[in-house]
Design a protein around this ligand. Structure first.
Ligand SMILES: [Zn+2]
Ligand SMILES: [Zn+2]
Length: 556
C-alpha cells in the first residue's frame, strides 16, 4: 500500500524522530494519499562520536514519496524542531510554513551557516492563530506557552478527523514575553471534537505544575541584589523571556546587562525584528563592557550545558578575551541540567569553583522553570481538548508510558505508545500500529551527511579506541614483494616502542602473501585483504587491539 493513494476516511501518523527520545522531532501525517510533515529537528550526538555534534533524522522513507509530501509546518524555533531544515530540505524541497519568530531564526541560521541547495527555500510566514490549507490538510495554529516565543499547536483537520499536534508547551499564566495559552481555542476545539492528540511527554513524570517565568524573575532578583562581584547568568540562547528577565534583574540591581556569544545575539536580533524585545531592553556587547566595575555588570552567556566551545566554558577556562571571573563573582546556571550532560557541566563548575567563583544551579536555588508540562498541566490540556486517542511523543519510553497512563486515567478512550518508524492508523477504527518503516539517524560531519551506523562513524569510533595501522606493499605484476612490507601506526605505540612487533607483523604479512594462490596474488583486493588480516591478527593477539587497518598496494 506504501505510496498509493488512500481513502478520504483514512488518517495515519508516523514519527520518524522524537518518539522514544527527546530531540530530533519529525512527525508525519498521511491522508488522502498525501503526507504532511510537522517539524524537522536535530539532536546532539553522544560524546562518544568524535567530530560529530549534530544528528539528523533519516528521512529516506519519505524522500522516496517526495511528490506526495505537501508541506512542512514548524511548531516553533527550537533546534529539536527546526534544526534539520537547513540540512535536509534539499532532499524534500517542499513548502515550509512557520510563524514570524521561527521564520526569522531559520533565515538567520541559514545565513550564518549556509549549506548548499537552499537557494530555493522560501519559508511561508503565517500569523499566530492562522488558518491555511496544505493539500488535503486544513491547518489552524493555536498559541501556547513554552520557553521560546511563538510555540504553536498545529490543529490538522481532515475528512477523516481532526488531530491536535501540541508541539512543545506548558501553561504559563505569566510568560512575560509573548501571548498566554489560548485556552478559549483549546476548549472550542474540544467542543468541536478531536480524534487524536499528539502531545509533549517531556515532564510526564513530574507532579504538579512547571512554574512561571515571573517567579524565576523574582527569585533571580533576590539572588543578585546586594552582590558586590560580577554576575553571569547562563541560559539557553533561545529563551527570549529569560534574556528579558536577565535584563530586568540587571536593571533592578543597578547593573548593565551584557550579551556574550554569537548565538545569543542571533536570538536577540530575531526577537528584536519580530517585536519580542521591549524597547528599553538593551544589551552591551562583551567588548564594550570591559571597563564596567564588578558590581555594575551582569553577563548573559551561553554554555549552560558545559558545551566545550560555548562562552561559559571559555570563561571557566580563563580563556575568554573580554570576561574574567574570580573571587566574589557568581555564575548562575539558569537552566536545566539535562540528563547526559552532567559530566561536562560539573567539570565546568569545578573549573569555576577552582577560580573561587560561586556557582548556583537549579539544585541550589529557584533559578529555572521548565518549558514543558508537568502532570497537572497535561491534565488540564486533556480536559480542554478531550481527544479520542492520546499519542504521547517528545519523550523517552518511560515518559511516553507514564503520559499514556495519565491519559487513560483521565478517561481518554485510547492511548497508544509508539516509537520512531511506527505507522499508526488513527482512523478508521481503533488506533493501531499497521506497519513499521525505516527510521534511522544521520550525522552531519563537516559538511557531509553520513549514516550514523555507516563506515565513517564506525571507523571514527574505532580509531579513537584502537588506533590505526597503514600497510604499504610494493609488488610486481605477479604479486611478489619487491621490498619489505612497510607498516606505520597511529595511536598504538609510543615512539619506537612498537618496532619489534611491527617487524613481526611485516613477517606475518609476507607469509600471508606466500600462502595466496598465484591467481590471487595478481589481484590487488586479495593481496590487501590478506595483509589486513595478518596485521589485525597480530595486533589483536599481542596487544588486544582492533585498529582500523588500511593497505595500499603499489604494483610495479
Ligand atoms: Zn522540543
Ligand atoms: Zn521546544
Amino acid at each position: 500500500m506504501v505510496g498509493t493513494a488512500r481513502g478520504r476516511d483514512e488518517l495515519e501518523f508516523l514519527p520518524l524522530g522524537g518518539a522514544g527520545e527527546i530531540g530530533m522531532n519529525v512527525n508525519l501525517y498521511r491522508h488522502a494519499g498525501k503526507w504532511l510533515m510537522v517539524d524537522l529537528g536535530i539532536t546532539f550526538a553522544d560524546r562518544d562520536v568524535p567530530g560529530i555534534d549534530i544528528v539528523l533524522p533519516d528521512l529516506s522513507y519519505i524522500e522516496k514519496q517526495r511528490s506526495a509530501l505537501v508541506g512542512l509546518v514548524l511548531t516553533h524555533g527550537h533546534e529539536d524542531h527546526l534544526g534539520a531544515v537547513q540540512y535536509l530540505w534539499p532532499r524534500l524541497r517542499c513548502r515550509v510554513y512557520a510563524t514570524p519568530f521561527a521564520a526569522a531564526l531559520l533565515r538567520r541560521k541559514i545565513a550564518d551557516d549556509p549549506v548548499e541547495g537552499l537557494d530555493d527555500l522560501e519559508v511561508t510566514e503565517v500569523a499566530l492563530g492562522a488558518r491555511f490549507d496544505v493539500g488535503p490538510f486544513a491547518i489552524e495554529l493555536v498559541s501556547l506557552t513554552h520557553s521560546i516565543p511563538e510555540p504553536n499547536a498545529v490543529v490538522i483537520r481532515t475528512a477523516a478527523g481532526t488531530v491536535m499536534h501540541t508541539g512543545d508547551w506548558k501553561i504559563d499564566p505569566t510568560p512575560l514575553v509573548g501571548a498566554t495559552t489560548d485556552e478559549a481555542a483549546l476548549k472550542r476545539l474540544g467542543d468541536e471534537g478531536v480524534l487524536a492528540m499528539v502531545c509533549d511527554s517531556t515532564n510526564a513524570l513530574r507532579a504538579g505544575v512547571s512554574g512561571s517565568e515571573a517567579e524565576v524573575r523574582a527569585s533571580l532578583v533576590e539572588l543578585v541584589r546586594g552582590r558586590t562581584g560580577r554576575v553571569a547568568i547562563a541560559t539557553f540562547a533561545s529563551n527570549v523571556a529569560r534574556l528579558v528577565t536577565a535584563h530586568h534583574v540587571a536593571v533592578a540591581c543597578g547593573r548593565t546587562a551584557v550579551l556574550v556569544g554569537r548565538s545569543l545575539w542571533r536570538i536577540h536580533d530575531a526577537a528584536r525584528e519580530t517585536g519580542y524585545l521591549p524597547r528599553e531592553v538593551r544589551f552591551l556587547r562583551d567588548k564594550e563592557s570591559v571597563d564596567l566595575p564588578a558590581d555594575k555588570v551582569l553577563y548573559v552567556c551561553t554554555g549552560c550545558q558545559g558545551e566545550p566551545n560555548a562562552q561559559l566554558a571559555r570563561i571557566a577556562a580563563g580563556a575568554h578575551p573580554h570576561v574574567a571571573l574570580g573571587a566574589e563573582d557568581m555564575v548562575i546556571l539558569s537552566s536545566k541540567i539535562i540528563p547526559g550532560n552532567e559530566r561536562p557541566i560539573y567539570a565546568m563548575i569545578n573549573q569555576l569553583v577552582a577560580r573561587d567563583v560561586e556557582v548556583i544551579t537549579e539544585a541550589d536555588r529557584f533559578v529555572h522553570v521548565s518549558g514543558h508540562p508537568s502532570r497537572d498541566e497535561l491534565t488540564r490540556m486533556y480536559q480542554w481538548v478531550r481527544p479520542g486517542i492520546a499519542v504521547p511523543v517528545h519523550g523517552e519510553a518511560r515518559h511516553m508510558r507514564s503520559h499514556a497512563a495519565l491519559a487513560r486515567a483521565l478517561q481518554v478512550p485510547e492511548a497508544i505508545v509508539v516509537h520512531n518508524g511506527a505507522l499508526v492508523r488513527l482512523a478508521p477504527g481503533p488506533a493501531a500500529v499497521i506497519d513499521h518503516v525505516h527510521a534511522g539517524r544521520l550525522a552531519w560531519d563537516g559538511g557531509a551527511i553520513v549514516p550514523m551506523d555507516g563506515t565513517v562513524v564506525r571507523d571514527r569510533r574505532r580509531l579513537m579506541r584502537d588506533g590505526a595501522a597503514f600497510v604499504t606493499l610494493v609488488v610486481d605484476d605477479q604479486g611478489e614483494l619487491l621490498t619489505d612490507p612497510k607498516i606505520a601506526t597511529v595511536g598504538l605505540f609510543e615512539d619506537g616502542a612498537g618496532d619489534d612487533l611491527l617487524m613481526d607483523a611485516a613477517d606475518d604479512v609476507r607469509q600471508a602473501l606466500d600462502r595466496l594462490s598465484r591467481r590471487d596474488r595478481r589481484d590487488d583486493d586479495m593481496v590487501s585483504e590478506a595483509a589486513r588480516q595478518a596485521v589485525r591478527r597480530i595486533l589483536r593477539i599481542e596487544r588486544d587491539k582492533r585498529p582500523v587497518v588500511e593497505v595500499s598496494v603499489a604494483r610495479v
